[in-house]
Design a protein. Structure first.
Lengths: 270, 254
């Protein structure tokens, strides 16, 4: 019960973060979307045993978090929530792939462990990038950007309405659960049967509300297309952001920067 | 200005499950009138309101808005003329940001960008909500939501306003502000409500519905004094017209 409520507060906190006006927040949503997608694509394009090559990519989330004034602890917590998915995707690799790939003194690392680590790093990088996109742009603007870039209109509209009514539905669900817990004693009444009734109830209420919302939309001339008046404009700074980062990603993808840096450090130490 | 007129003639409506909701309702509202629609739960108030801007199409009888009888063909015109404020603002405010919501109607009317902006800001300033324009609706208080819902209808510049329980779930101060706001409107207004004290403040004329029929239609002052009529309509004298709770109005209360 408290759980449902607090997790909704959490979602709306992500939304609150997007109301800031830092230099990152002011960038055009499309630019941020493209850059994030490009970042994710580059990170995913590495070979399955790659670890060293991925490390430099940390710079993107770090710079954006710093410039966008985003709370790093909060974002990491969100990443952790999703971490089990990646964990279970990767955890079988060490069992399947036992060939020794790296010899660290007495320690032998099998290819499976290396690829597992690689999966986890990729996961952290990509999920953090996606979270940063939402926290610095706002879900609505991301939807608008999707639509402006040619994603199907109905998809964008669905996402917008989903996001708008997520909170209303969450409120309704938490009221239902609260009403139940107030009349539940010694865990009687917490059973599965009551739960299914509640879900059904929620569905019916949702259908009713959907009908009313649709009426309200029709009353104001809705004809299947949602028009939004704010024109988006891509300026020089936006382009600079996109090209600069994309260029850096390509460089980091093509050249083994950690090795160079290692080499430089070794030179200096000599 | 005949387009501010609402005429309802022998309107009948039965819900698909067979429940009769309206059984021959007739009345005529003229330009600039503020009329209250009162009656018991299930008397047919909401069903009647849904007919006034074409959310429901008459099964028998007729609804005429201005010069146009309400049919599927005249629907776009009727919806432009009649602005409907729903009971639950959460149903009405479906866009992610207040500004977009208020701009929704004007954009659908196909107005140019500058006009839309002007109308939105104008509507928001009428209800005193310009500072809310960048907020998401789900973060507003009940009173703020109500104001924005009204602004989202005003931005389409309707000549007739239809409101369903506008004062429901508002705190007393917000309710009072709403009443003051509605007093400044020159639109033809029809309000379905249980808030008879508000009716006393706002509406010169009252229509009482009972079981899908008009039980009474006349000056508010007379109807709200008629206890027999009120009782048969499941209503009660507005608190202000009842005696003092301490002495029952028998003598001067100190």
């Amino acid at each position: 019960m408290a759980n449902i409520e607090s997790s909704f507060l959490d979602v709306s906190y992500l939304d609150t973060l997007s109301y800031q006006t830092t230099i990152i927040h002011r960038l055009d949503p499309r630019i941020k979307l493209i850059t994030t997608l490009f970042f994710i694509a580059t990170v995913l394009s590495f070979g399955k045993y790659e670890i060293a090559g991925l490390i430099p990519f940390v710079i993107y989330p770090v710079v954006l978090i710093a410039l966008g004034n985003l709370p790093i602890a909060y974002l990491l917590k969100k990443v952790l929530v999703a971490a089990p998915f990646a964990f279970f995707v990767g955890i079988f690799n060490p069992l399947m792939d036992r060939a020794v790939l790296v010899q660290l003194g007495p320690l032998e690392l099998s290819g499976g462990w290396v690829s597992f680590a690689s999966i986890m790093i990729r996961f952290i990088l990509t999920v953090t990038a996606a979270l940063i996109l939402i926290a610095s742009t706002g879900f609505n603007s991301v939807c608008m950007a999707l639509e402006k870039m040619g994603a199907p209109k109905s998809l964008a509209v669905q996402l917008l309405l989903l996001y708008r009514y997520l909170f209303v539905l969450g409120d309704e669900a938490s009221r239902l659960t609260r009403a139940r817990s107030l009349r539940t004693f010694e865990s009687r009444g917490l059973g599965f049967k009551v739960f299914t009734n509640m879900i059904g109830q929620l569905l019916l209420r949702t259908l009713d509300r959907a009908k009313r919302v649709h009426l309200a939309m029709r009353c104001r001339g809705f004809d299947g297309e949602i028009r939004v008046s704010r024109p988006l404009k891509i300026g020089g700074r936006d382009l600079g952001f996109m090209l600069g980062w994309s260029g850096l990603f390509v460089l980091m993808r093509l050249y083994p920067i950690p090795q160079w840096m290692g080499g430089m450090v070794a030179e200096l130490l000599k | 200005m005949s387009h501010h007129i609402i005429e309802v003639k022998d309107l009948q409506y039965t819900y698909p499950d067979g429940t009769p909701a309206l059984r021959g309702v007739s009345f005529l509202l003229t330009h600039g009138e503020t009329v209250a629609l009162v009656g018991a739960n299930g008397a047919g108030k909401s069903t009647l309101l849904l007919h006034l801007n074409g959310c429901l199409i008459p099964q028998a009888g007729m609804v005429r808005i201005g010069d146009f009888p309400l049919t599927r063909k005249t629907l776009p015109h009727v919806r432009r003329t009649v602005g409907m404020v729903f009971q639950d603002p959460d149903d009405q405010l479906f866009m992610p940001v207040v500004y977009d919501d208020v701009a929704f109607g004007p954009l659908n009317l196909g107005l140019p960008q500058e006009d839309v902006e002007e109308r939105v800001m104008n509507a928001l300033s009428i209800v005193g909500a310009t500072h809310l324009k960048d907020r998401p609706p789900y973060r507003l208080s009940g009173g703020e939501k109500r104001s924005v819902a009204i602004a989202s209808v005003l931005s389409m510049a309707p000549s007739i306003l239809v409101m369903d329980e506008p004062t429901a779930s508002l705190d007393p101060k917000a309710r009072r502000q709403l009443i003051h706001l509605l007093k400044t409107f020159t639109h033809t207004i029809i309000i379905a409500t249980h808030d008879l004290d508000m009716v006393l403040d706002l509406c010169a004329r009252t229509i009482v519905l009972k079981e899908g029929q008009v039980l009474a239609d006349g000056p508010t002052w007379e109807i709200l004094q008629n206890e027999e009529l009120l009782d048969s309509g499941h209503l009660e004298k507005p608190l202000r017209l009842q005696g003092c709770p301490r002495c029952g109005g028998e003598r001067e209360c100190p």
